[in-house]
Design a binder for this molecule. Sequence first.
Ligand code: BG6
Length: 502
Amino acid sequence: MKTRTIENPFTLVLFGASGDLAWRLVIPALFVLFQKGHLPDSFHLIGVARSEYDASGYCDHLVGFYGDSRPEEWPTFCEHIDYLQADPLQHDTYRQLAERLAGDHKNLDTTDEWIFYLATPPALFAPIAERLGCFDLAKNGERVRIVVEKPLGHNLASFSQINANLLAHFQESQIYRIDHYLGKETVQNILAMRFANPIFEPIWNRNYIDHVAITVAETLGVEKRAAYYEHSGALRDMLQNHILQLLCLVAMEPPIAYDAQDIRNRKIDVLQAIRPIRPEEVYERAARGQYGPGWINGRAVPGYRQEPGIDPESATETYAALKLNIDNWRWQDVPFYLRTGKRLPAKVSEISIRFKPVPHRAFPVDADQSGQPVRLTLQIQPEESIRLHFLVKEPGMPLRLRLVDMRFDYARTFHHELPSAYETLLYEVLAGDASLFMRADQVGAAWKLVQPVLDIWANTSPSDFPNYPAGTWGPESAELLTARDGRSWLVPMLIQSEEMRQ
Ligand code: BG6
């Protein structure tokens, strides 16, 4: 199998072209791909939005915004840009779009690839897909793709509805569902580390691993996203998608080939093997929190309920933790603890694989004073690294064992800048490789898994909110989640190493 490149001429139709997602992430990613020479000579971007521009006005706006970086390349990039000022709900928009897509070819008879990127609110996914279908713009499964982003539903039922609407006009193989975590270099590297090396796989199982802890912590609060976040909360916003994707990559079986179907089959196997959370278990296996006022990096910050646009009695969780078990041969009895929260002490995402203690302790009990488990840490951000923490003998007498750190840092090893997640994902969409995108059955399985927790949380108002001050590691109930099993969360490695440097 060869790695795919972007070879065919294409037109990227960007709905929501004047919105935040297009502006901040999609267009800059396309520009970088262009500037790095990844795009074919013949490509077009057609921005579709209601905002009043024509093609040159839209380009001027872009250049005004981004043109300081590589100013000499923007004029050539802009030659590829067109703009259609139109309402995505109006049928006439699609007639005009069809004309532009056909170009000189009659009856849309072109061999170009078309990618419809829906950088719009999810409420527009169904109407846009339906109209693309009506105007015959969706039907060529080989060369037409559609890209959508989260939130993909609010629960299992609404996801199924969105999905049915897309599938009414597009085949599954044409639908690229973005989870931007899958575009991060370090996330992709989980598979390379596990399956390109012979040394990890033999110990990657219940015989050697005690448990796995995944932390995705943010210092940011809700920012200006009150309207979205109040109806989402941390479980929907981060755990149902990004963190479960990380779990799948850590827990999946080796794929036969690095290809979209095979990788996604192995991931769905994991999701289906996760023990369902019964309603009566929710309080043992899940914890929720909401930040109150506190301090982050020496700055006083308001509590969630005091943020603009937030209900002063909001029951939305800004922190969520789950304990999951995977009922299969490899992972039986190895818990996976997952946690995420806003306004925690640091922005850090890491996966910590904790190994079991040695079967027999030959060293004197007081020789090991580290008190820390031997473990492998996959740091996803902000410093991308892999670290193995293991015990060695400290020089000198008396005998002392100490935990040391063997590490691989992306930045020190590779001296070029890592591509952004959107750059990678857009590349893969244009190359037609869906390995890094979520298949419908995965998204459905992830919703099914968290649904009992969402239901119980929705039906019981949290009497202790706010239950963690901003700038702390979350509520006590999350500590209990691990403590009940005689385990604990660890302060992420990044913070520990910063403390060591001070
Ligand atoms: C998004 C969430 O999907 O991921 C945000 O909606 C969150 O709430 C963001 O802040 C985190 O992404 P990253 O790449 O900064 O870890």
